[in-house]
Ligand binder design. Structure first.
Ligand code: BTN
Length: 322
């Protein structure tokens, strides 16, 4: 909406109807209509006789205009789609990707009625969290998807740290945890042919402003939100914006240096490495000490019979001592 950028540029000061009309190229009637539309979206706009209009506050909803205000990326988040409700942002992103929406498209929803997690699980997605997906068209080998999810996990860690000061750890393969409780999950899905991923969608779910009672009882003891950790409401839009910036930097850099930076950060901030783990894989359970991450995102486990690489699965702690 044209008047939004004009009002935003006034940095909280009043602009007369005439000034807005000139800057936005609109009639007075059109300005009033847009003010009403913006108010309905949650923007607080003061209107005073003889002074004009003033943008008092913006809503903490990941509308494209909000995410893109001050966004530094060139690709990621440059196109964005906001939905008050959707079944799953990953499904919506896949649908849009198949229709030709470009790499970097961000799909965000306030609420998901059928949010999906890894391994076919449900992902509880009430209003107040951040549920979003990115279209990535990497034309990579399917085996290169592991580093991509590590890039996403590290970018999310950095964004949470920037905005809240909170330190998180990555539980392999790519959950964000704080003191063993799950704060965020990542679901990367690819479609393509002959081992190549042509369309990849990365979905991120971050628990932001939920209270403990908002989580389904069965996951309540193991789940946490930023609000519960920070002791108050946390703004979501700056987290999305920061995530996009870090994701783009790490991803572009990673294509040059085989994701060295992301892997190093994920290793330092890992909740898994150095511990005894038990990973259920399609081919059985692998138990031992989690040693390192390989460049393709595989977890290398030192077992009684030697080193074993695990590409996917669920790592559970096998014992207290590393
Ligand atoms: C997991 O930890 O199992 C992954 C959870 C991923 C949840 C996000 S929320 C946005 C996107 N849409 C979905 O349906 N799932 C992902």
């Amino acid at each position: 909406m044209e008047i939004l950028s004009t009002l935003r540029a006034a940095a909280g000061g009043f602009l007369s109807g005439a000034e807005i009309a000139q800057a936005a190229g609109l009639s007075r009637a059109a300005i009033w209509k847009q003010v009403e539309e913006l108010r309905a979206l949650g923007y607080v706009i003061e209107a005073r006789p003889h002074k004009g209009y003033r943008l008092v506050s913006v809503p903490d909803r990941a509308y494209p205009e909000e995410v893109q205000a001050g966004l530094t990326t060139t690709v990621y988040g440059r196109k964005a789609h906001y939905l008050p409700a959707v079944a799953s942002t990953n499904d919506e992103a896949k649908r849009l990707g198949a229709l030709g929406w470009p790499e970097g498209t961000l799909v965000v929803a306030e609420y998901q009625s059928a949010g999906r997690g890894r391994l076919g699980r449900r992902w509880s997605s009430p209003p107040g969290g951040l549920w979003f997906s990115l279209i990535v068209k990497p034309c990579l080998a399917l085996s290169d998807l592991g580093p991509l999810t590590i890039v996403a996990a590290v970018a999310l860690q950095r964004a949470v740290r920037d905005q809240t000061g909170l330190e998180t750890k990555i539980k392999w393969p790519n959950d964000l945890v704080v003191d063993g409780r799950k704060l965020a999950g990542i679901l990367a899905e690819a479609s393509g042919e002959l081992g190549r991923a042509d369309l990849v969608v990365i979905g991120l779910g971050l628990n932001v402003n939920q209270e403990a009672a908002d989580f389904p009882p069965e996951i309540r003891p193991r789940a946490v939100s930023l609000r519960m950790l920070a002791g108050g409401t946390v703004a979501r839009v700056p987290i999305v914006r920061a995530f996009l910036g870090h994701f783009e930097t790490l991803f572009f850099q990673g294509k040059q240096d085989r994701y060295r930076q992301a892997l190093a950060e994920a290793s330092v901030n890992s909740a898994t490495l150095g511990r005894r783990v038990s990973v259920a894989t399609g081919a059985g359970t692998v138990e031992g000490r989690a040693l390192r991450l390989d460049p393709d995102g595989a977890l290398v486990i030192e077992t009684e019979t030697g080193l074993v690489r695990v590409l996917s699965g669920e790592a559970e702690e096998a014992g207290r001592h590393a």
